[in-house]
Design a protein around this ligand. Structure first.
Ligand code: ADP
Length: 635
């Protein structure tokens, strides 16, 4: 399956973006107009200054070296110019030096200000996109848009930067150079200028042809890049399976094929690209040759060739030959400029497409106060389906009219087969999604009426797989309660039964974990999550029990730490090992989104229904009584 060929749900938003480039300039350019203008002006001055030395050279040749002509410079009043030949020579030398200095200085000014502008926009776009992403609801991430968001944050901001910096400034250079050179040539000798400048339209046409031809090849190449990336990502993620099934050769074959496709498509682009530049130079060369031929004949015969009239000086001839060669570089940028513009346009569509996605779950307009809550949790006849707002999506109802109550400090456990809707129910409590009908309330307040941050900071979550951020153990325990003291962190770890293993690590609480740090086992990670929850001390707790197999000792440590945190908190628990929820005040047996049985452990066993049979299956493999004894004996 090649993901780049199909419409992602994201595209729908992208297509609704109106005039993305205008919006880019209005939204992000306006505050940086100063740098932008300075860059433009500096670029203009730097480019104009490059025309001065050849022009002065021509004047000097005619007035000093060959002699006979007046020492006169365009745009400069003759009264300002020296009359003595040696002074004219000195003036020329100084003026040429000043021109070079001006170019150097203003190129520097332009470089700095253009980049301050471009990178400033890039920085702002990046931060805004990330902020937007942080505030999007979970439905967005369910549709696996994270790759897409990463692409916006990395590639698209870069495309914008490249356009705002390179392309914008190059188009400025193009205008200045072509107009400036044409102006100078026409001023010096309009007839010869026609001979020289016939190449400019030819170059434009050639560029147009090149762009048209190369575009479909670019499209194929980009798709080959995406294809290879998907292939590599997939193959690397699946390396376990590949090894276990001895399918390395198969994987290598697939990657080779994708890589070969990219090679072929890239070569198809390059073959054309490398035709373009020499082609442009050839056209410029023809213009040069024609200028040299006509101008040369003009000078040698001392009379205008063919239909031409008037005179040509040696100095003007030299200026023509110099400037003809200057016209290639800016013109050769045309295809890049257009390409970068197209890329930037697509990128800003993606950026604003992301920005325009509705946040979904949002704070209410007038949030009710929500502190000092006791933790009475109530699910009142709620129904829910994951009908994603991004896609048309199938509306399959996942939970059907579910009701239950948990009094402060009580534990309600959800059990049932995979896919029954247990995790979904708990996500609704965190308001990662909003219910379709019914209401979830805490202490009688509908959770849609309080601030999301208030709601979520009053709920602790200990999940199956605990993510650790890159950083120290202490940082990870402190995550969410950032102002906790070292002492509080240690105390929390002690309660979570994590202190002991942490102190045995090389740097104790300062040991680096996460991507670039030491690897912790699932049980250790979970105890860190528990310590995090102890520290946050929320009145309500969500417990999604680990299914991973751990040795009995670790399991007991985890159980003890869980007992410590559930004691005086309202706890909603998803349990796989039924032994852990024996003491729950209420057990809900969920099947296909409906509560099929409810009651405490004893009641449910007596009923001899779904729960009892689940219990009997598990009791066969685990000696619960022995386990309970071990737990008690340790206290
Ligand atoms: P459990 O936790 O009991 O295993 P879940 O709550 O994870 O069950 O899933 C309940 C149902 O909802 C399943 O049919 C599952 O496929 C579906 N489901 C879960 N998460 C999503 C999601 N993010 N988007 C769409 N459907 C989902």
């Amino acid at each position: 399956m090649s993901s780049q060929d199909e419409e992602t749900p994201f595209d729908a938003y992208r297509e609704q973006v109106d005039r993305p480039m205008t919006r880019l300039f209005v939204t992000y350019g306006r505050g940086r107009l100063g740098w932008f203008s300075l860059g433009m002006v500096a670029n203009f001055i730097a480019r104009i200054a490059t025309l001065v030395p050849p022009l002065l050279l021509g004047v000097a040749i005619d007035a000093i070296f060959v002699g006979g002509e007046d020492f006169s410079v365009p745009l400069v009043p003759d009264a300002w110019l020296p009359t003595a030949e040696i002074a004219q020579f000195e003036f020329t030398v100084v003026a040429i030096a000043v021109a070079f200095l001006t170019t150097a200085l203003f190129t520097w000014v332009y470089g700095i200000s253009a980049n301050l502008f471009a990178h400033g926009v890039m920085h702002a776009v990046r931060v805004d996109c990330f902020e937007k992403m942080q505030n999007l609801d979970m439905a967005f991430f369910d549709d696996k848009q994270t790759g897409e968001v990463m692409a916006v944050l990395n590639n698209d901001t870069q495309n914008l930067e490249r356009f705002l910096d390179d392309a914008l400034m190059n188009s400025m250079r193009l205008l200045v150079m072509v107009a400036g050179i044409a102006g100078v040539l026409f001023y010096l000798n309009w007839q010869l200028a026609f001979v020289t400048l016939f190449a400019v339209p030819a170059m434009f046409l050639f560029t147009l042809w090149f762009m048209r031809t190369v575009e479909p090849r670019y499209v194929r190449q980009r798709s080959a890049v995406a294809n290879l990336n998907t292939r590599l990502e997939n193959s690397i993620s699946g390396v376990d399976l590949t090894k276990a099934t001895a399918s390395e050769r198969f994987e290598i074959g697939r990657v080779r094929k994708a890589s070969r496709r990219l090679f072929d498509d890239t070569m198809a682009v390059l073959k054309l690209s490398y035709l373009y530049r020499p082609g442009m130079e050839l056209l410029a060369g023809l213009a040069f040759a024609a200028t040299f031929l006509i101008g040369g004949l003009w000078l040698v015969n001392d009379t205008a060739p063919g239909p031409l009239t008037g005179t040509l000086t040696v100095g003007d001839f030299v200026v023509f030959l110099f400037l003809t060669q200057r016209i290639v570089d800016p013109l050769a940028e045309v295809s890049n400029i257009v390409d970068q513009y197209e890329n930037a346009k697509a990128s800003s569509e993606r950026v604003f497409g992301l920005m325009d996605i509705s946040t979904g779950v949002e704070d209410p307009e007038n949030p009710k106060p929500f502190d000092g809550i006791e933790g009475h949790v109530e699910f009142d006849g709620i129904s829910f389906s994951y009908n994603s707002k991004l896609t048309d999506g199938e509306d399959e109802t996942v939970l059907h009219g579910m009701s239950f109550d948990a009094d402060p400090g009580e534990m309600v456990a959800l059990v049932g087969p995979t896919g029954a809707g247990k995790s979904t129910a708990l996500k609704l409590l965190l308001r990662l999604y909003d219910v379709d009908t019914g209401a979830v309330r805490i202490d009688g307040t509908d959770i849609r009426d309080v601030r999301l941050s208030d709601l979520r900071s009053s709920i602790g979550y200990v999940g199956q797989d605990t993510f650790l951020f890159d950083g120290t153990i202490a940082d990870n325990i402190r995550y969410g309660t950032f102002d906790a003291s070292e002492k509080e962190v240690r105390e929390a770890a002690r309660i979570a039964q994590a202190h002991e293993f942490i102190t045995e690590l090389p740097d104790g609480y300062e040991t680096r974990v996460g991507e670039r740090g030491v690897k912790l086992s699932g049980g250790q990670r979970q105890r860190i999550a528990i310590a995090r929850t102890v520290l946050a001390d929320p009145p309500v707790l969500i417990l999604d029990e680990a299914t991973s197999a751990v040795d009995t000792e670790t399991e007991l440590a985890i159980q003890r730490s869980i007992d410590a945190i559930t004691e005086d908190r309202t706890t909603l628990a998803i349990a796989h090992r039924l032994s852990t929820i024996r003491d729950a005040e209420e057990i809900l047996v969920l099947e296909a989104g409906e509560i099929v049985e409810r009651g405490d452990h004893e009641t449910l066993l007596d009923r001899d229904g779904r729960y009892a049979s689940l219990w009997n299956v598990q009791a066969g493999s685990i000696d619960f009584e022995r386990r309970a004894e071990l737990l008690e004996g340790d206290d």
